[in-house]
Design a protein around this ligand. Structure first.
Ligand SMILES: C[S@@+](CC[C@H](N)C(=O)[O-])C[C@H]1O[C@@H](n2cnc3c(N)ncnc32)[C@H](O)[C@@H]1O
Length: 273
């Protein structure tokens, strides 16, 4: 396990993932009944954009760095920025919240987050970042195994975020199989699965495999900042959602063109389907 998300925190892929995440959380909060979130690969929760890692690989500068300080349109992007601002009360962008921090901030009484992080240092940092937060449980356990052990949640409604590091070969296919199996256990859950966009055909292949299992309604959102290259370099990212909340497609269709323009006007693009 060599992957450290601190090198990538706040990049274009994080912005796409975390924007969709907060939109899903907002949708869950439209009903008063409690919900649960399972974050299978949680990371350390809070990322210092002045850390050594962020200095050595300043991906955030061409991601959230371009978004920070932008105006209030579309409204969902303005709301996302307002959430980031809560983590940066003195007005300068220094702290980027990862998925468990964004979820923890959104929980109401009765809502719960189970966040799994296997790397000892990342796990310790996550525990420290979210210590004392009501409804939050941090597990030092394998996120793939947690999909079997922790689903369905007692609340019977909620979100499963699957965001592995893709450092092992075959992790895309592994995640696809895990997603299908998890959905059998928790059928009405919302699933949000982040994937790197390096080869569109590889993503199309896993998505059609998943569709063959009859997984119900799905939504795919892609955002790229360059055209795919033969060397397989990351040029964008892709989300696959199962049971996407009502209205999410329209929100993403409003936000993604704005993000594509900000990140790399001319070379960038987006697609929601
Ligand atoms: C892409 S990062 C997660 C980023 C986080 N979801 C976010 O959006 O802020 C993937 C994380 O998964 C952790 N990890 C790797 N294999 C794991 C496993 N089998 N179970 C749980 N965590 C794992 C890594 O240490 C890394 O911190």
């Amino acid at each position: 396990m060599n992957y450290r998300h601190a090198f990538h925190a706040g990049n274009h892929g994080d912005v796409l993932k975390h924007l969709a995440l907060v939109l899903v959380l907002d949708a869950l909060k439209r009903k008063p009944t409690p919900f649960a979130v399972l974050d299978t690969h949680a990371g350390r929760g809070l990322y210092d954009l002045a850390s050594d890692e962020a200095e050595r690989s300043p991906e955030w500068r061409s991601g959230v760095g371009r978004l920070w300080g932008q105006g209030g349109s579309p409204a969902s992007l303005a709301d996302f920025l307002a959430r980031l601002a809560r983590f940066n009360p003195d007005g300068a962008l220094r702290c980027y919240p990862g998925s468990p921090a964004l979820v923890a901030e959104a929980l109401r009484d009765g809502d719960e987050l189970a966040a799994c992080e296997l790397h000892p240092e990342e796990h310790a940092a996550l525990k420290a970042a979210l210590r004392g937060r009501p409804g939050v449980r941090i597990h030092a356990r394998d996120g793939w195994e947690a999909l079997g052990a922790l689903l369905p949640p007692a609340q019977r409604r909620g979100l499963v975020l699957i965001d592995p590091p893709y450092e092992a070969p075959g992790e895309l296919e592994r995640a696809a199989a895990a997603l299908v199996a998890a959905r059998r256990r928790f059928r009405n859950g919302i699933y949000l699965w982040w994937r790197p966009l390096k080869s569109e055909s590889a993503l199309d292949a896993v998505d059609s495999e998943i569709a063959n299992f009859g997984v119900g309604e799905s939504l795919r959102a892609d955002l790229w900042i360059d055209t795919p290259r033969p060397d397989g370099k990351l040029v964008g990212s892709s989300l696959l959602l199962l049971n996407p909340p009502f209205g999410l497609k329209q929100e993403l269709e409003l936000c993604l063109p704005a993000l594509a323009d900000l990140f790399a006007a001319g070379r960038s693009g987006w697609r929601v389907r």
